[in-house]
Design a protein around this ligand. Structure first.
Ligand SMILES: Cc1cc2nc3c(=O)[nH]c(=O)nc-3n(C[C@H](O)[C@H](O)[C@H](O)COP(=O)(O)OP(=O)(O)OC[C@H]3O[C@@H](n4cnc5c(N)ncnc54)[C@H](O)[C@@H]3O)c2cc1C
Length: 362
């Protein structure tokens, strides 16, 4: 299930309850059906192309404890296409399991968004933390993410049970609150109006919260010449945010060691008795999780355009950032190579050329 199909499928699965439609403040630069500034999609404006592997499990992320000799490993991995969104939430679940169970210094495996947020929450609760990671930012999957705060492409409904859904709800509630406290130019977190081809009402409190002030625009009122929904959510410029988190972690006495672990026994040999496993896709090999696999996403990044103050998800997604305009829209299951393909990038460019050829794009 991809980012844009997620919300309607969630509704179809009957997981969403009643939703009150709130009319938002008007989007800056737009009144009624007036035009939006156009994203200039052309090959000459592409400044980089990049691909990343979403750590995807049809049965959703894993947050649970596993004894390993005298060490307690608390897993926190497998967030699929929603790892940036869910990071604070699953870090909270993981630390709530791990910290009461073991005193003293702790280890976090992984320096992506899951590892850094888990490390920060452990520090906030007074623990000395060492991060061990095979690679550091900017060389993590988290650095590649678009950074929209919506938990999309995280699981398949038929593969999860009520206990997992309760964890998901709890993670969503915590994370939504925590991200709001982090908006600012130092963190790279901000609110943006988002245009989405999904027009079915999201109706559970869980999902509706990620679409603040959602309303449906008719084709006549839509700048895209087709019915869309419009809501506000947050976006993270992930590179900047990971730099911010790393600096906070180090300033709070954290230690970072670059090291790849090959087996669980190597992990158990560490002196610390509590280890948070935040290795993302690395858990496929390190902890032998055959349910975890890649969902590749390719991106074409255009020169920044400061006037683009909205995002959209219309066949593909466009997220405007200071480091470029991200154009995405591929979800390739089982592809283990984090490389772009000429066909993938051509498809993305064609999709976004089409979206931006609407008459009502200024
Ligand atoms: C194109 C694309 C767009 C995306 N857009 C969004 C979005 O808009 N919103 C959203 O919420 N999510 C998005 N995601 C998903 C998000 O990027 C991931 O869910 C998230 O980054 C996973 O974070 P992580 O910390 O678990 O993994 P990673 O960022 O991969 O970090 C894993 C860490 O573990 C380390 N590690 C791995 N194996 C070992 C080992 N054996 N020993 C030691 N260290 C190890 C790695 O070196 C790294 O430091 C997107 C993903 C892609 C690819």
């Amino acid at each position: 299930m991809d980012r844009r199909h997620f919300l309607s499928a969630f509704a179809a699965a009957g997981l969403l309850g009643g939703c009150t439609t709130i009319r938002p403040a008007l989007v800056a630069g737009q009144v009624g059906g007036a035009c939006l500034p156009r994203v200039m999609v052309s090959p000459e404006r592409v400044i980089r192309t990049i691909a990343g592997l979403r750590p995807y499990r049809p049965s959703g992320f894993v947050v649970r404890a596993e004894p390993l000799g005298g060490t307690l490993v608390v897993h926190n991995y497998g967030h699929g296409g929603g790892g940036i969104t869910l990071s604070w939430g699953t870090a909270s679940l993981a630390t709530e399991i791990g910290l009461p169970a073991r005193e003293g210094a702790v280890v976090v495996l992984g320096a992506g968004i899951a590892g850094l947020t888990t490390a920060r929450l452990a520090q906030e609760r007074g623990r000395q933390v060492t991060i061990y990671a095979a690679a550091l930012p900017p060389d993590t999957t988290s650095n590649i993410a678009g950074g929209q705060i919506v938990p999309a492409s995280v699981f398949e409904r038929e593969h999860v049970d009520a206990a997992w859904l309760a964890q998901f709800e709890a993670a969503c509630a915590f994370t939504w609150h925590r991200w709001q406290l982090l908006t600012g130019s130092d963190t790279g977190v901000r609110w943006l109006a988002t245009y989405d081809e999904g027009t079915r009402p999201p109706s559970s409190p869980t999902m509706a919260r990620f679409m603040a002030g959602r309303e449906v625009l008719s084709a006549a009122d839509s700048p895209f010449g087709r019915p869309v929904s419009r809501y506000q959510t947050m976006y993270v410029e992930v590179g900047r945010f990971l730099r911010y988190l790393t600096a906070e972690f180090l300033a709070s006495g954290g230690r970072i060691v670059v090291r790849r672990f090959a087996t669980p026994q190597d992990v158990a040999a560490l002196p610390e008795r509590l280890v948070f496993n935040c290795t993302g896709l690395g858990s496929h090999h390190l902890f032998d999780d055959a349910h975890l696999g890649p969902k590749r996403g390719q991106l074409a990044v255009l020169l920044p355009q400061a006037e683009i103050d909205y995002a959209y998800m219309l066949g593909g997604y466009m997220f405007p950032r200071a480091d470029g305009i991200l154009l995405g829209g591929t979800w390739e299951q089982g592809q283990w190579d984090a490389v772009t393909t000429p066909e993938g990038i051509a498809r993305i460019m064609a999709t976004h050329t089409r979206v931006n050829s609407q008459a009502c794009m200024a």
